[in-house]
Design a protein. Structure first.
Length: 350
C-alpha cells in the first residue's frame, strides 16, 4: 500500500470513529470520566501489586479509597462552597447599593470635571438589567430541563455507573494495553511507543502534580482568608487555588475578587488587607519554592502561553466539558507537536 493510500485509509478511519462518537456523545460522560480516573489510579494499583496483592484485591482497595475520599470531600467541602455561593449571591444587591450610593457619585463628579457625563441613575438600570438576565437564564434552564431528561440521566450515570467502569478498566488495564500493542504495525512500533511514553510522562508529571498543587493551594488560601476575616473566604480561597493551573490569570482573578469583597466588607480594615496580602504572598512562595518543584518538577516544559491558548480553544470548541479536559488535552497536543517537530528535524534536517 502506497503512503498516499495509507494516509487516506487512516483519515477515513478517523472520520468514521468521529462520526460514531458523535452519534453516542450523550452517553459518553461516564466512560470518559472512567478512563481518566482509571489512568490516574492505575499506578497506585501497580504499587499494591508489588506487595503481593492480587490485581482484583488491589483494584478494589484503591477504588474503595478513592470513592471514600470523594464522598468525604462532597460531605465536608461542597456544602461550605454551596452555602457561601448562595450567601454571595444574596450579598450582591447590597454591594450594588454601596457602589451606587457611596462610590458612583464620586466617580460622576470626577469625570464631570473633565467633560465626561454619566447617567446618575445607574442603580435602576443595573437592577433592571440584572433581573432580566436572571429571569432569562432561569427560563432557559427550566426549558432545557423540560425538553430533555438526559441531564438527569447523565448525573445518575456519573454517580452509579462510573465507579463500576473504573473498577473493570483498572482491573483489565494491562490487558487493554496488550491488545492495543498487538494492533500497532511492527514497523512503526518503536516510534509509536516512544510517542506514548512521552505522553504518559507529560500527563503523569504535569496533570497529577498540578492537581495536587491546586488542592493544597486551595486549602491554604481558604484557611488563610478565613483567618483574615474575609467574607466568603473559603469560597474565594478554594477557587483561587483550583484556578492556579491557569498561569497568572487564576491567581490574579482570586486576588482581585478578594480585594473587591474586602473593600465592600464593613469590618475589613487595613490590618485585614495586610493579612490577606500575606496569605497570598505565602501561597506564592510555597507554590514556587516547594509545591511546583516537588510535585511537578521541570521535566514537563509546557509553556504558560500554550496552556492559556488550550483553555480558550477547548472551551470554545467543546464548552464546559472542554474546559474540564483542557489541561490534559493541551498537554497531549503539546507533546504531539514537539514529537512531530523532532521527527521532522531528525528525518529531513539533521
Amino acid at each position: 500500500m502506497k503512503l498516499r493510500d495509507k494516509i487516506i485509509f487512516f483519515i477515513g478511519i478517523l472520520v468514521i470513529l468521529g462520526w460514531l462518537l458523535h452519534l453516542v456523545n450523550s452517553i459518553l460522560s461516564p466512560f470518559i470520566c472512567a478512563v481518566i480516573i482509571a489512568y490516574f489510579l492505575d499506578p497506585l494499583v501497580e504499587k499494591l501489586e508489588k506487595y503481593k496483592f492480587s490485581r482484583t484485591v488491589a483494584t478494589t482497595t484503591i477504588v474503595g479509597i478513592f470513592i471514600l475520599i470523594v464522598v468525604v470531600i462532597i460531605v465536608l467541602i461542597v456544602p461550605i462552597l454551596y452555602y457561601q455561593s448562595i450567601a454571595l449571591i444574596h450579598a450582591f444587591p447590597n454591594y450594588i447599593e454601596i457602589a451606587t450610593q457611596k462610590f458612583y457619585p464620586k466617580i460622576i463628579h470626577i469625570l464631570g470635571g473633565i467633560g465626561i457625563n454619566l447617567n446618575p441613575n445607574i442603580k435602576s438600570y443595573l437592577v433592571d438589567q440584572d433581573l432580566r438576565k436572571i429571569l432569562g437564564y432561569s427560563d432557559d434552564i427550566l426549558g432545557n430541563i423540560m425538553k430533555s431528561g438526559m441531564a438527569f440521566v447523565n448525573i445518575l450515570s456519573l454517580i452509579f455507573v462510573t465507579p463500576i467502569l473504573v473498577f473493570y478498566m483498572i482491573r483489565d488495564w494491562d490487558l487493554f494495553l496488550l491488545k492495543i500493542n498487538h494492533l500497532i504495525p511492527s514497523k512503526y512500533s518503536p516510534t509509536v511507543r516512544k510517542f506514548f511514553i512521552e505522553v504518559d510522562k507529560t500527563l503523569s508529571g504535569y496533570v497529577r502534580g498540578q492537581f495536587n498543587v491546586c488542592l493544597i493551594l486551595g486549602m491554604l488560601y481558604a484557611i488563610g482568608l478565613i483567618g483574615a476575616g474575609l467574607n466568603f473566604g473559603f469560597l474565594i480561597g478554594f477557587l483561587t487555588g483550583f484556578m492556579s493551573f491557569i498561569p497568572y490569570i487564576g491567581m490574579l482573578s482570586g486576588v482581585i475578587t478578594a480585594l473587591i469583597t474586602g473593600f465592600f466588607q464593613d469590618n475589613f480594615g487595613t490590618n485585614e488587607f495586610i493579612m490577606m496580602g500575606v496569605v497570598f504572598l505565602i501561597g506564592q512562595i510555597v507554590e514556587s519554592n516547594f509545591l511546583t518543584p516537588k510535585l511537578i518538577g521541570n521535566k514537563v516544559g509546557i509553556h504558560p502561553v500554550w496552556i492559556i491558548f488550550g483553555l480558550f480553544a477547548f472551551g470554545i470548541i467543546f464548552g464546559f466539558i472542554g474546559l474540564l479536559f483542557a489541561v490534559p488535552m493541551t498537554a497531549i497536543v503539546g507533546v504531539t507537536v514537539k514529537f512531530l517537530v523532532a521527527e521532522y528535524k531528525k528525518r529531513f534536517i539533521d
